[in-house]
Design a protein around this ligand. Sequence first.
Ligand code: CO
Ligand code: CO
Length: 420
Amino acid sequence: MNIYLIFTSTRAVIKAEECLRSHDLDCQVIPVPKDISSECGMALSIAEELKGRAESLLAQLGLEVRVHTPAGKRIPPFDLLTTVEQGGCSAKLPPDVLFEALGRLTVPTDPNLLVGIGTGDDAGVYRLTDEIALIETTDFFPPVCSDPYDFGQIAAANALSDVYAMGGKVLTAMNLVMFPACGIPFEALHEIVRGGQDKVLEAGGLLVGGHTIADYPPKYGLAVTGVVHPDRLINNANAEPGQALILTKPLGTGALVAGQRLGQAAAADYQRALDSMKQLNRAAAEIMQEFSVRAATDITGFGLLGHALNIAKASGVTVEIDTTLIPSLPGALELLDAGCIPGASFRNLSHVEESCDFAPELTYTRKMLTLDPQTSGGILLCAPADRAEAILAELLKRCCPASAIIGRTSSLGRKYLVVR
Ligand code: CO
Ligand code: CO
């Protein structure tokens, strides 16, 4: 039978765990069960017979501790969301800050560097031979959901996505892990990297290494290497006026993750968001290659408009979006309507505002949907007008049942983005 030790701060929990373990007292960090009130979200679970020794050790450390004897025996699984305020791609730095800092770097040029840092693209691309170009990308973030195995899958799917956005094939991946030495059961770490590995395998890639740093809250992601034929590269800069814009996954993961945290999202809707975030963009990339699509990006933390703006600027076109055509996850619009709007949405708005013409009749809810930060979102591709319907039909049939044509490109007008 285990008892719970309740502390006044997360720091105290970590200190206590360290102390007890160093004296060979086995203990486990758990989220504080709902029936106990506490100032911090975590507690230590320890065998009842160790109670006396633990209490005297903690008293020596000067730690204030309250003992709780649970009625039942089951220890709830560790909830990763107790470690973060902003998870997933919402934890990205604001785009303005990022561009300001990166904009001051010298941009390297090399005839073999096909895509560098200059165009805000999804990955770097370097030509090795006339047949092979290397795609390099990395992504990692703090927990976006409670379950460690789900988190691992989502973080990996999100990192792999940038290879797919370039039309590439995944070869290898390396784990990027930040995880505290104390404070979270190590079983959670195992589940995170297991989720990541499963997605790398599903992508047809090999996990070949990685790097770990002790850090709290935890973060996880991958550095991914892929390949593409240099002539078949898909990037932000190849869009042409008169193309149809196709989005392959519904928007709204930001709102649903926020809604879940506030206890406002319906369980079935939240599950749909998790499933969507876990889905690889692999089949979408294959379809783009089959139809010779040459411009696309994936939608992540900067929202639909932030990523569409990258295409518009890099290609020198205007991107026109009809918000009534945008697919959204069930429940997302209702949550946005109820004010469940992640902070990153407002940062995304201030980033695109001056480049964007919002139609006066556009509802606030639909506007916020276009700015909703996506974690592991879909592909936004520019389809030649004569192939758009065929590409859409293939996407709907093979992988992406929510795919839709959501607008078009036109020659550059007064603004890069027109949203109605
Ligand atoms: Co991307
Ligand atoms: Co990225």
